[in-house]
Design a protein around this ligand. Structure first.
Ligand SMILES: Cc1cc2nc3c(=O)[nH]c(=O)nc-3n(C[C@H](O)[C@H](O)[C@H](O)COP(=O)(O)OP(=O)(O)OC[C@H]3O[C@@H](n4cnc5c(N)ncnc54)[C@H](O)[C@@H]3O)c2cc1C
Length: 481
């Protein structure tokens, strides 16, 4: 009996896909890959329960078959692409809410629920999950944990570990484990194994359920934009706001290339330029949330303090609101058109380094030089404040990539490698929200040195046959990134 027949017997025929046409869509994600770079799996399982995932992995373990779990497939570096074939576990069929505990402000969900589905479920209780990447409509809870991705509201609420209380996983042997601290907010008991899951990319096992901490929905939110003559001035300004004791909800710095995206769209829509001065090198979008009185007070203080930094408030509310809509709802309202190119011609690709805050501006210039050296059209740098109530950026250094050109995709990968290595030389890290996948795997030793051996030992403990998302984080013999 083949392992696929065993799978059908174990989870049911209706939960197993084998038709090549159906497998095709699982062959790529949002990463820059040419149309010929498709790696569809040999079979897809659509689980409903943890038991289905457990049965699947037990069969894979017995037959030595690679297993890749995925969610919305919007990863930007090939994390969920089953590069070694085998079984793909499409977790999006596991999206049920297990429990909303409004008294303790927690939700227990299956890992395939999208972050938006979580928010829809808790909205009636006047609660929300503030961990919200732009891709929240399709990005799942399991992948938010597995990529350790970014949130729009990171400066107030942090990243996923700041709201993850417990996670259930199935290891590479098929064992079901519950990791974390149940509904308590922290623990000093045992080792923090749950933390290993953040950024693990499914290489230790499949996350099947999670308990998440919720927050009360704020009464009001006010978003504003300011422009600065230097990128570093925007960083210093944010530092000043935090020193003053203001509670910022979201803060995002866009370089002048990114700013162009919005000013261009504004001109297209209204037939005139917004009143952005020519000297503007950086745009800062910032929000405050809470009771209206408190929000108004904080906003006034923030505007007052901006005078110390030669900043200018953006007057056009349409520009601010369209920026927020593109960030928060991914709707380019009121600017419907995409710019500068159709997404079918060129998509964007990004490197996601982490840099010490004092060197952000220096790194920005390196990013521009590196993109130009590799002849890539620049989309721009976004710096997202992701550490609660302190200055700690996650970066997206984005360029346009013509996916149809093998040569341009190759240049993008060289650009990505160069920025990753540069980030380490800057005393930073290669990745802040996309994880390593196969792209950064060759440089893991450069970043982690001798501790890489411990990481490999941990991987072996959870996944002794190395069947879980093989080729990600750690190259396998014969792998070429
Ligand atoms: C338009 C757009 C906007 C974006 N905005 C943001 C943003 O604001 N912030 C940000 O950080 N990223 C952003 N991204 C990148 C991407 O959406 C995120 O990284 C997101 O977490 C990926 O979610 P997904 O469900 O699509 O994951 P997938 O691409 O399906 O998987 C990502 C990784 O998670 C692993 N995985 C998935 N589910 C599980 C599971 N249950 N158990 C174990 N491993 C699992 C996969 O194997 C893979 O390694 C954006 C992407 C796009 C295209």
């Amino acid at each position: 009996m083949s392992y696929i027949d065993e799978l059908i017997g174990a989870v049911g025929k209706e939960k197993v896909l084998t038709d090549p046409a159906e497998l095709f869509v699982y062959g790529t994600d949002w990463s820059p890959r040419t149309p010929t770079e498709f790696n569809p799996p040999d079979v897809v399982v659509l689980p409903r329960t943890t038991r289905d995932v457990q049965r699947t992995i037990k069969i894979a373990f017995e037959h030595d078959i690679p297993v890749t779990a995925g969610g919305g497939l919007t990863g930007m570096l090939g994390g969920a692409v089953p590069i070694h074939g085998g079984i793909y576990i499409d977790t999006t069929t596991m999206n049920s809410v297990v429990e909303v505990d409004s008294k303790n402000q927690t939700i227990r969900v299956q890992a395939g629920a999208t972050l938006q589905e979580v928010n829809d479920a808790v909205h009636p209780y006047d609660l929300w999950l503030p961990h919200q990447p732009e891709s929240k409509w399709v990005s799942t809870v399991g992948s938010a944990i597995a990529c350790d991705n970014d949130s729009t509201f990171g400066v107030r609420y942090g990243k996923i570990l700041n709201c993850l209380l417990s996670a259930e996983m199935v290891t590479g042997t098929g064992e079901v484990l519950e990791l974390g601290h149940r509904k308590a907010h922290f623990t000093s008991s045992g080792y923090k194994l749950m933390h290993l899951l953040a950024g693990s990319e499914g290489t230790l096992g499949v996350v099947t359920e999670a308990t998440l901490k919720l927050e009360p929905i704020p009464e009001t939110r006010r978003v504003d934009m300011l422009v600065f003559p230097r990128l570093g001035a925007a960083v210093d300004y944010l530092s000043r706001l935090l020193k003053a004791g203001l509670c910022i909800e979201a803060a995002h710095i866009n370089c002048k290339h990114r700013l162009k995206f919005y000013t261009h769209s504004y001109k297209q829509k209204f037939g005139k330029d917004p009143t952005i001065p020519a000297w503007a090198e950086a745009l800062l979008a910032i929000s405050f949330a809470g009771d209206k009185k408190v929000v108004d007070f904080q906003r006034e203080q923030a505007i007052e303090l901006s005078k110390e930094f030669e900043a200018q408030l953006v007057e056009e509310r349409e520009l601010v609101e369209s920026w927020w809509a593109s960030k928060y709802t991914l709707e380019f309202e009121p600017f419907k058109q995409k710019w500068p190119d159709s997404q079918t011609k060129k998509k964007f690709g990004a490197a996601d380094p982490g840099i010490p805050v004092g060197r952000l501006e220096e790194f920005y210039h390196k990013f521009i030089q590196t993109a130009e050296k590799h002849r890539l059209e620049i989309l721009g740098m976004n710096a997202y404040l992701e550490h609660p109530n302190s200055i700690g950026f996650s970066l997206s250094c984005a360029v346009f990539v013509d996916y149809r050109s093998k040569e341009e995709v190759k240049r993008f990968r060289e650009y990505h490698d160069e920025l990753s290595k540069m980030a380490i030389a800057f005393e930073g890290t290669m990745s802040t929200f996309m994880s390593d996948t196969y792209q950064k795997a060759p440089y893991l030793e450069l970043e982690h040195g001798a501790s890489l051996r411990y990481m490999k030992e941990i991987k072996r403990l959870f996944d002794p046959k190395e069947i879980m998302n093989p080729g990600k984080k750690f190259l396998r013999r014969g792998d070429s990134p």
